[in-house]
Design a protein around this ligand. Structure first.
Ligand SMILES: [Ca+2]
Ligand SMILES: [Ca+2]
Length: 231
């Protein structure tokens, strides 16, 4: 009888020890102490517009709560600000490619870049290989829209042949030919979409889409890449 009680208690104590060591190892505690919440400036939200009439099995449920803070190593900055942007569509329907990294994130059409129909990408050169913690991406947030086949990749070279890594991919049927992705589709908001890049290293960030729930075109308002240059 005593054994029946004691054995589970011993097992529980052992589990607690393991959990304690795992959670509170000095290295882990030090790493957490070196982190702070990213300060992401948000534009004004847009109210109104046509409600979205779209359903898909991979569409993430809309959240009405503010995004929780994202913890990144102290000193992380937006490495994309003011950096050079190139695209599969070098002559946008309207707007300029430089709008992606100019710091303006408003929903007004003045801040919008529209790329041609179908699969298109925009690419940011961070200037040097960097450790990347998070990418925040605003397509167009003056309406409820879902952009299709959102794929975000990082590489060491502008042609995307060296050290290519995928940060986000919601192309479930591989229609863009970049591999099957398991991430969710989502509705655009003024908060943008924060993607956890988990500290991967690279110099170039390339962002793909393939039209949206309103039309076949592709839009960007701003892209932020939070990280630190690799010394
Ligand atoms: Ca902008
Ligand atoms: Ca697809």
């Amino acid at each position: 009888m005593v054994n029946k009680v004691v054995t589970p208690l011993v097992a529980l104590a052992a589990c607690a020890m393991v959990a304690f060591i795992f959670v509170a190892s000095p290295a882990a505690v030090a790493a957490e102490a070196e982190k702070e919440a990213l300060k992401i400036e948000l534009p004004q939200p847009y109210f109104g517009g046509t409600p979205l009439d779209y359903f898909s099995e991979i569409l993430e449920e809309r959240s009405y709560k503010p995004r929780p803070p994202f913890m990144a190593p102290k000193g992380a900055t937006n490495l994309a600000k003011g950096k050079t942007v190139t695209s599969s569509d070098p002559d946008p329907n309207y707007g300029k490619l430089a709008f992606l990294t100019d710091g303006e994130k408003g929903y007004q059409q003045d801040y919008l870049v529209e790329l041609a129909n179908g699969v298109q990408w925009a690419q940011i050169d961070l200037g040097q290989v960097s450790e990347i913690y998070a990418i925040v991406l605003w397509h167009f947030h003056a309406a409820d829209r879902v952009y299709f086949d959102v794929v975000v990749r990082v590489a060491d070279d502008a042609e995307f042949t060296k050290n290519v890594q995928t940060v986000y991919n919601n192309d479930h049927d591989n229609s863009s030919g970049l591999g099957v992705g398991k991430d969710k589709e989502y509705i655009e908001t003024y908060e943008g979409r924060l993607m956890d890049a988990k500290g991967i290293k690279g110099r170039y960030v390339r962002l793909y889409t393939n039209g949206n729930t309103t039309d076949e075109t592709n839009h960007y308002v701003e892209v932020e890449v939070y990280g630190a240059p690799v010394k």
